[in-house]
Ligand binder design. Structure first.
Ligand SMILES: [Zn+2]
Ligand SMILES: [Zn+2]
Length: 366
């Protein structure tokens, strides 16, 4: 059996280690992906800081990953039922084992809250095998949702969009942006940039991105933002005045929080117009309480506040179609600023932690 090199996060705050794994014996319907690229996303930094509960360390991080089908046992199809061949360029949906019959999956129709749901690179243990993308190969167990990359979509396009794109497809659905809306996005990370791009494509008449540093804001403008506001060089009062000036003193129709800060929420509810919507998508970990005034900021304002947790298979599939359709005018690939080999993973994590670049990519063969 061939051995496979993988980067393992043994515990929070510990250096990531390289380990050798054996290629798995595939069960019927199982497949092995030869990784081309994975990513370091904000969630991986949270995993490293030990800020997510219920993580079965040691883990092989890397939830959104792409590559080629190396082998499969028996007939393996994509989610639309088309057979997959060895050598096909694939993406797979990192969320698996969603049960389909619990309260969340059925009556509540919130499958992202299914307790059985597992996520590659986050809630799968390295003790169970190659369940993460920071590895030369990834085991795709039977039932994992797979799709061929559209011909025009490169590995770089897919992973540049990455989990921020999937999340943003869900965000736009939750936000119910309609043509002509004015949208404020708080945060200029991978999620904020993709949300700005998708809000633009969904018909927003003006997209305002608030974040930092300047290099990210400049990429946010290329992605589709009309106006960017640098959080490092402005006060909260100045930002509120700026948003109000851009909306004739009325406020934005939709505000999307992709910053992960309790202060962003306090600030963001003030940006929304009466009867507007506020979508919280950046609080993947508990960063503490926010203080807002229920009368002034929610009730009297008739504000609609919605959470947005994880993504579903439909977001994954639509993400691929969005890349296919818009890769030429939205530079998704540019979000993946720098690529690291497995031996440089700790450096990549530090880079992601410092937010110096929008996103670090992982090439496990590099
Ligand atoms: Zn379920
Ligand atoms: Zn992610």
């Amino acid at each position: 059996m061939a051995s496979v090199l993988a980067a393992v996060m043994t515990a929070p705050h510990q250096p990531v280690e390289l380990r050798e794994f054996q290629e798995p014996d595939l069960p019927p319907g199982g497949a092995l992906l030869r990784t081309a690229m994975s990513e370091v996303c904000g969630t991986d930094v949270h995993l490293w800081h030990g800020r997510l509960s219920g993580v079965p360390y040691p883990i092989i991080p890397g939830h959104v990953t792409t590559g080629t089908l190396e082998k499969a046992r028996g007939r393996v199809t994509d989610v639309e039922g088309q057979p997959l061949q060895e050598g096909d360029r694939l993406a797979f949906f990192d969320v698996h084992r969603t049960c389909g019959h619990c309260l969340a999956c059925t009556a509540h129709r919130t499958p992202t809250r299914c307790a059985a749901r597992r996520v590659y690179g986050i809630t799968d243990s390295a003790n169970d095998g190659l369940f993460g993308g920071w590895a030369q190969k990834v085991y795709l167990e039977p039932g994992v949702i797979m799709a061929k990359l559209p011909d025009r979509v490169t590995f770089q396009d897919y992973i540049g969009g990455g989990c921020g794109l999937l999340t943003s497809v869900h965000i736009i659905e939750r936000s119910r942006v309609v043509m002509g809306d004015i949208v404020v996005v708080q945060g200029a990370g991978a999620v904020g940039m993709c949300a700005a791009a998708l809000a633009r494509k969904a018909g927003a008449s003006r997209v305002i991105v608030i974040g930092a540093p300047a290099a990210r804001l400049s990429l946010a403008r290329k992605m589709g933002a009309d106006v960017t506001i640098d959080i490092d060089t402005t006060t909260a009062d100045e930002r509120l005045a700026h948003v109000m000036a851009l909306t004739n003193g009325i406020g934005a129709d939709v505000v999307i929080e992709a910053a992960g800060s309790p202060r962003a929420f306090e600030e963001g509810v003030r940006f929304a117009r009466n009867g507007g919507a506020y979508v919280i998508a950046g609080h993947y970990t508990n960063t503490g309480d926010s203080t807002i005034n229920a009368h002034e900021h929610i009730n009297r304002k008739h504000l609609d506040i919605r959470g947005c947790w994880g993504s579903e298979a439909g977001h994954f599939l639509r993400g691929l179609r969005i890349l296919d359709r818009y890769r030429d005018d939205v530079p998704f690939a540019e979000i993946g600023a720098r690529t690291y080999g497995l031996g440089q993973i700790n450096e990549a994590l530090k880079m992601a932690e410092s937010m110096a670049i929008p996103k670090a990519l992982v090439n496990p063969w590099g």
